[in-house]
Design a protein around this ligand. Structure first.
Ligand code: DAH
Length: 362
């Protein structure tokens, strides 16, 4: 029991108890950089706990300080100095380890949060419009500037709008090449944008000037020049005193603006049930100017579409008086024109949505 009563031994016990526990922190400070961030954070908590137990108010060394007053007066100064020295050593050791841990943690956090500003960024891939949309917009811009409105109408139609009202009665041979896809009884996907002529006149009456771009459908087998779904633009101009000269002038102006002022037009007599007279419209090749090349198949001309003077039966079907009003109409293929301009040898490319193809039209 004498040892317990020896105050110096108490100090030595306190020092040893601390040294035993502190050992691993002493090592850690020597080569502490191998610690991971979470390990270092755990050590930081452990050393705070160590400080409470070995340097706090209830620690063994704190108990030794209370003994100072109780040792013999002649030994008191020396003992007091010993206790203070040991207490300071413990605190200092802890301070040093804590500081070291703090810098390890800071370094680890910096490493974790570091960004390498020299790494190349991920380049965003911005989208762009489809070539058919670009073409449609160019056509719309031209006609809007000529005073036309743009009609956007339905793709599912009745026989009346797709055929009867366009002067194609049941049993008419013109229905055959326009065979389409039927949905529920009495409805079918429109096979031509000419349907919008009727809707527009019914809605707006006469006079009217409109174009109607949109999708049409036919029961065709896909090949390089056919697709069961394609795009047309319909044009309709109805007013008092409209003649074929207005039609020719309008389409001539259109190709001037689309392909350049040197472009010529040619009208060939044709037949459409909804126009009388009817004409196919050609324009001089934008590539060779009419001399003949691969694009115009050596003819010098490229087909634009169908046209003609609106048949009185069509005006009547839309409640427009053919005695008072006349009009012209035309229908152009958007994808066909697109394929010509971009020299596509297969129209199906426009519908396959292969980005390697589409990205060329930014
Ligand atoms: N609807 C016709 C077709 O799909 C194109 C057409 C020809 C439209 C003459 C017209 C027109 O408005 O007058 O083949």
């Amino acid at each position: 029991m004498s040892e317990q009563n020896n105050p110096t031994q108490h100090v030595e016990d306190a020092r040893l108890a601390f040294a035993r526990e502190f050992e691993r922190f002493a090592n850690l400070t020597a080569n502490g950089s191998v610690l991971s961030l979470s390990e270092a954070e755990a050590e930081q908590r452990a050393i705070a706990d160590l400080r409470t137990r070995h340097a706090g108010k209830k620690s063994a060394i704190a108990a030794c300080k209370k003994l100072i007053g109780r040792v013999a007066p002649e030994e008191r100064a020396a003992f007091g100095q010993l206790v203070q020295r040991r207490a300071a050593e413990i605190s200092q050791a802890i301070d040093t380890a804590e500081l070291k841990l703090k810098s390890i943690i800071e370094a680890a956090r910096t490493t974790r949060d570091r960004i390498d500003v020299t790494i190349p960024g991920r380049r965003p891939r911005p989208g762009h419009l489809h070539p058919i949309t670009l073409m449609r917009q160019r056509i719309e811009d031209i006609f809007v500037s000529l005073g036309y409105i743009v009609e956007d109408d339905r793709e599912i139609e009745t026989d009346f709008y797709n055929f009867d009202a366009l002067n194609i009665p049941e049993g008419h041979p013109a229905r055959d090449p326009q065979d389409t896809f039927y949905t529920t009884e009495g409805f079918a996907l429109r096979s031509q944008t000419s349907t919008v002529q009727i809707h527009a006149m019914q809605r707006r009456g006469a006079p009217v000037r409109m174009i109607a771009p949109g999708r049409v459908f036919r029961r065709d087998t896909p090949d390089p020049t056919h697709n069961p779904m394609f795009y047309q633009v319909e044009g309709l101009c109805v007013d008092r005193g409209i003649t074929m000269a207005h039609l020719k002038g309008t389409l001539a102006e259109f190709v001037h603006r689309l392909f350049g002022p040197e472009t010529r037009t040619r009208f060939r007599p044709s037949y459409f049930p909804f126009t009388e007279p009817s004409a196919e419209v050609d324009y001089s090749c934008f590539n060779c100017g009419g001399k003949g090349c691969r694009i115009c198949k050596q003819s010098g001309w490229i087909e634009l579409g169908g046209s003609g003077m609106v048949h009185p039966n069509v005006l009547r079907a839309a409640n427009v008086d053919p005695e008072e009003f006349t009009g012209f109409a035309f229908g152009l293929g958007i994808d066909r024109t697109c394929a010509r301009i971009y020299q596509l040898d297969d129209i199906r490319l426009l519908f396959e949505n292969d980005v390697r193809f589409l990205e060329q039209f930014r």
